[in-house]
Each structure stands twice: as C-alpha cells, then as structure tokens.
Design a protein around this ligand. Structure first.
Ligand code: OAD
Length: 288
C-alpha cells in the first residue's frame, strides 16, 4: 500500500463539500516525533528500545505501578525529559492541523494517547481534547491520593528529585483536600495512566464521540494499547477512516473507505492541506 493521491483528494472533497462536520482525530506518539520526542515502539529510535541504560526488567516497566513503587527513578528520568514545566518542545504540523480543524469548527473530538501536552500548546480547545492516557498537567500521591502542587512538581522534576507526599506546603490549597501541611510520605505520580490502571473517566464519557464521527483521522499511533486501540472501530461502517502513519496499524485498511497515507504524518497532513487549499493557513497556524 502506498499513498493514493486520488483517495486523499477524495477525503479533501468530502471535507470541502461539508460532509465531514464531526471529525474525530486519534493520535499517538508519532505526531510528536518531529518535535524531538521519541515514540515508544519504533525499532531504533523508540523509547522502549533505548531504556536499557535504566536497568529495567522490561521497557514497559517504566509505566508499571508496582515497579514504580520499588523504583520510581526510571520514570522520573523520563519525566525530566518530557515534563512541560521543564521541556521546551514545540507542537508539530500535525498538531497545528488538528488546531486548524478546531478553529474551523470541524473537530468533534481529539483522542490522544500522548502525555506531552502539545495538543494544548497547539491551541486545541481543552474541551475538544481527551487525554486518554492522562498527562503531566496534575499529580497526586499514589497512596493517600492527595493532590500535589504544580509548582513543587516542577521544582522536583527540574532538580531530578523524586517528589513525596508531605513536606513544606506541597499541596494545592484549592484542591479540595484541605490545607493540611502534613503528608503521608507516599510517592507522587503525575496523573498518567500506568499499565493496569483505569483510563480517565473522560475517555469513557466521550467515547461515543467516535461513534458520532463522520470522518476519522488516525495519526502516529501503533494502536497496540487497549482500550484506545479499539476506538477506530467505533466508526460507522461507511465512515471514511484516514491513517497518517509510517506503517499500517490496527484494522485500518480493512474497510472499503479506509485511506492509507503511509509516511511521515506531517508530510501527509500537508498534502491534505494542499488538497483543501488550507496550506498557507496551516503553516501560519504552525508558526504562531
Ligand atoms: P508507539 O511508539 O507504539 O507508536 C508510534 C507509531 O507512530 C508507530 O506506528 C510509528 O511507526 C509511527 N510514527 C513514528 N513517527 C512517525 C512520523 N513522523 N509520522 C508518522 N508516523 C510515525 O506509540 P503509541 O501508539 O502512542 O502509554 O503508544 C501507545 C501507548 O503505549 C502510549 O500512550 C504509552 C505506551 O506505553 C503510556 O504512556 C501510558
């Protein structure tokens, strides 16, 4: 399978003629690699191939709660790279394209698995984003669940310290947990979904948006992690599904109206923007 220019043109016509008013986008780490953030599963550049130095039993252990209890350092080494308070990554063209859809009132919902917060940075309205695997936007104690203050978190991450519940004024006073300064000493973890943990309520509350979609765009994900991986199958049988990815993934390509745009996703969305006559607007949105 290679890129079919004609199919992409057909997708553009579908949008231009007003047949796609509820576009649902599903993204993964592949849309942030152009920003300099490694994905997880790419064979040489992916995070899981490069965690050997951290002495993990297996790469996925970095997101495993029982491993985290024993040794939170590998996760915090990663957090030091990714935390929006310290990291300085810029949204990619793919993020900008989704922001453009939102600005044109065509974005029904974005489901992202990413924890880099670049969707928000790109200007996609928060009420159109479901962070299916959580994010670094908030954090709490894994034992008493008490919310831990953002400013303290940024300090700890910047200093390479593992944050613990308690100590000096480390709790948000407005977090609804009282203003007690005492903590239980438990480990603090960002509200990122670790393996075995439930997805945020918002994922289940918004899941039906995928059923309501009249066009699905899947970008930069290996669709290996459930339940997220099942989302593209919620689309009605006749709803076109477009994949922008380096490789073929999930069930994409098994339906008559699936369109595969194999290759770099930024290049793919630029081609779609060309077909739509939105290219200048896309580049402008991206540079902003
Ligand atoms: P993966 O690393 O599993 O998949 C990234 C996909 O993007 C792969 O199919 C790549 O081929 C593709 N890709 C990489 N760069 C690309 C580019 N420039 N253009 C187009 N495609 C590109 O990442 P996810 O699918 O996001 O969980 O992984 C899902 C979950 O597994 C993550 O959310 C994470 C991980 O365990 C948590 O963080 C909790």
């Amino acid at each position: 399978l290679t890129l079919s220019e004609r199919s992409l043109a057909a997708v553009a016509d579908f949008i231009k003629f007003g047949k796609a008013r509820r576009i649902v986008v599903m993204t993964g780490a592949g849309i942030s690699t152009a920003a300099g953030i490694p994905d997880f599963r790419s064979p040489e550049t992916g995070l899981y191939a490069n965690l050997a130095a951290l002495n993990l039993p297996e790469p996925e252990a970095v997101f495993d709660l029982s491993f985290f209890r024993e040794n939170p350092r590998p996760f915090y080494a990663l957090a030091g790279e990714l935390h929006p308070g310290t990291a300085r990554y810029r949204p990619t063209v793919s993020h900008a394209f989704v922001a453009l859809l939102a600005r044109r009132r065509l974005l029904h919902m974005l489901f992202t698995q990413n924890i880099d917060c670049l969707e928000r940075a790109a200007g996609i309205p928060p009420d159109r984003i479901v962070e299916a695997h959580g994010s670094f936007a908030s954090q709490r104690c894994i034992d008493c669940k008490r919310v831990f203050a953002d400013a303290r978190m940024r300090e700890c991450v910047a200093r390479g310290e593992v944050p613990r519940c308690g100590g000096d004024s480390d709790h948000d006073d407005d977090a609804g947990h009282g203003t007690s300064r005492s903590g239980c000493g438990g480990l603090v973890k960002p509200d990122i979904v670790f393996f075995g943990e439930a997805l945020p309520r918002a994922f289940f509350e918004q899941m039906d948006r995928a059923r309501e979609a009249d066009l699905i765009l899947v970008m930069g994900t290996s669709l290996q992690v459930h339940p997220f991986a099942g989302l593209p199958n919620f689309a009605g049988e006749t709803v076109p599904r477009v994949l922008f990815n380096l490789e073929l993934v999930g069930s994409l390509g098994t339906r008559a109206d699936d369109v595969m745009v194999l290759g770099d996703c930024d290049a793919g969305v630029r081609k779609l923007a060309d077909e739509l006559g939105w290219r200048d607007e896309l580049e402008k949105t991206w540079r902003e």
